[in-house]
Design a protein around this ligand. Structure first.
Ligand code: SF4
Length: 447
């Protein structure tokens, strides 16, 4: 009888994508993927370590699983596995032991690792090496987070080494996947009726493959803007989104590509992190406020309305009131459609945590967070209110989690719209009239 595997995913889209591919490999090797942990013979926690909170959750989760299921085979993959390596076996011992660890570049070997645990009765298998080859990009849509929206990784890892960030250590150096593999997978997704492809990576616009020949026939100032055009020209590909963009590598030609193709969606996520040049330097972001604003000007002056979103950290070591007010000013100037605002917390192993003093007291971080959030909320409310009365094309992705009588989906500018409708519309692009702007979603009516 086939062994049953339950995969629990934490963190970003890259992790979701890794889980989808691991599930596909396991299913091909005869394992059965289940949605209920209680049915599983094997539980895999695909972990995130971007914030300490996420990492702590894993420790609690292992204990919880072990209390319920003493004999289940339990493994850890993802960033925590990559960073902690063999030490995890010491950390999880006795009643809370784990059986295997698999690093971020070894996901293709998941079946081998689990088979090795089963066959050899081993309780410890480490498979934590660098990836030997490009990963298998294809996955089974029946095992993915959605049948109409697909995550397609084009680059993994990061070379930027922002001082607060653990990703370059947990995901390794940047590796751009060959255009040929990306196109092959995009084609397959389109043939399976996927309506929206998200090209994903820590910094998609730093895309620089070794194999450039397949991109040569496409116009473009950078490999990424050529790649966008390559995917956009794929017949039947209805929507393409991409995230995340790194400001320093954001070439204006990306906006030109968005303008040229209807299926390149009008949304750019461009994390700024701070509006102070001094803090940006301490963060080692590689851009100044002015350089960022130049990118914003190009995006805002586009003939297509492009929704701009961002990430911001408040209370970074050494951030003064003056620095903070520069961030406030930038937020007011940029008029982001949405901003993910975070209070800085030191991430062990990063230069900011090891070499800088976490100088802003917690209550001051909270004050700055709330203040900035209130400014952003006002800006956002005004922008979102301007959508009321308009009609938008929405890709119907499923039933709303909060209200099962409603369907939910996204606009091309990546806003959530909830509305009443027949479940048979799932997977289709429909026109919806926007009736009301909520904090982070719209209420609409099918046209
Ligand atoms: S660009 Fe900076 S913040 Fe983004 S993943 Fe790389 S190091 Fe982290």
């Amino acid at each position: 009888m086939s062994k049953k595997v339950f995969i629990e995913t934490y963190g970003c889209q890259m992790n979701v994508s890794d889980s989808e591919r691991m599930a596909t490999i396991l299913a091909k090797e005869g394992f059965q993927i289940v949605e209920d942990e209680r049915e599983a013979d094997i539980v895999l926690l695909n972990t995130c370590s971007v914030r300490e909170k996420a990492e702590n959750k894993i420790y609690a989760r292992v204990g919880q699983i072990r209390r319920r299921r003493r004999n289940v085979i339990l493994g850890i993959s993802g960033c925590v596995a990559q960073l902690e390596g063999e030490e995890l076996f010491d950390r999880f011992s006795g009643k809370n032991s784990i059986d295997f660890i698999i690093g971020t570049r070894a996901t293709d070997r998941i079946a081998k690792v689990i088979n090795s645990v089963i066959r050899e009765g081993k309780t410890k298998v480490i498979d934590n090496h660098e990836r030997e080859d490009y990963p298998e990009l294809s996955f089974d849509l029946n095992l993915s987070h959605s049948k109409c929206v697909a995550f397609l990784p084009i680059i993994e890892g990061c070379n930027k080494f922002c001082t607060y960030c653990i990703v370059p250590f947990s995901r390794g150096r940047e590796v751009s996947f060959p255009p040929r593999l990306i196109l092959q997978q995009a084609r397959q997704l389109v043939s399976q009726n996927v309506k929206e492809i998200h090209l994903i990576g820590q910094n998609v616009n730093s895309y620089r493959p070794r194999e450039m020949q397949d991109l040569e026939k496409f116009k473009g100032a950078t490999p990424f803007s050529k790649l966008l055009r390559m995917v956009a020209e794929l017949s039947g590909c209805e929507r393409i989104k991409f995230t995340t963009s790194f400001p320093r590598d954001f070439h204006p030609d990306i906006v030109s590509a968005i303008e040229e193709y209807d299926n390149l969606c009008n949304w750019v996520h461009l994390p700024v992190q701070s509006g102070s040049d001094r803090v940006l330097k301490l963060m080692r972001r590689g851009h100044t406020k002015d350089a960022y604003m130049k990118r914003v000007e190009r995006i805002k002056s586009s003939k297509k309305m492009i929704a701009l979103t961002t990430d911001i950290i408040v209370g970074f070591p050494g951030e003064t009131e003056q620095d903070f007010m520069q961030t406030v000013e930038l937020v007011e100037q940029c008029e982001f459609h949405h901003a993910y605002i975070f209070k800085y917390s030191p991430r062990p192993g990063t230069p900011a945590a090891e070499q800088m003093t976490d100088s802003v007291p917690p209550e001051e971080k909270t004050r700055r967070f709330l203040y900035l959030e209130s400014i952003q909320k006002k800006i956002q409310a005004k922008i979102w209110q301007s959508y009321v009365g308009s009609e938008k094309l929405v890709l119907v992705e499923g039933k709303s989690k909060k209200n099962p009588n409603q369907l939910t989906g996204h606009t091309t500018c990546n806003k959530v719209v909830n509305f009443e409708g027949d479940e048979r519309l799932v997977g289709q692009i429909v026109k919806v009239k926007i009736l009301e702007a909520k904090n982070n979603s719209f209420l609409g009516r099918l046209v």
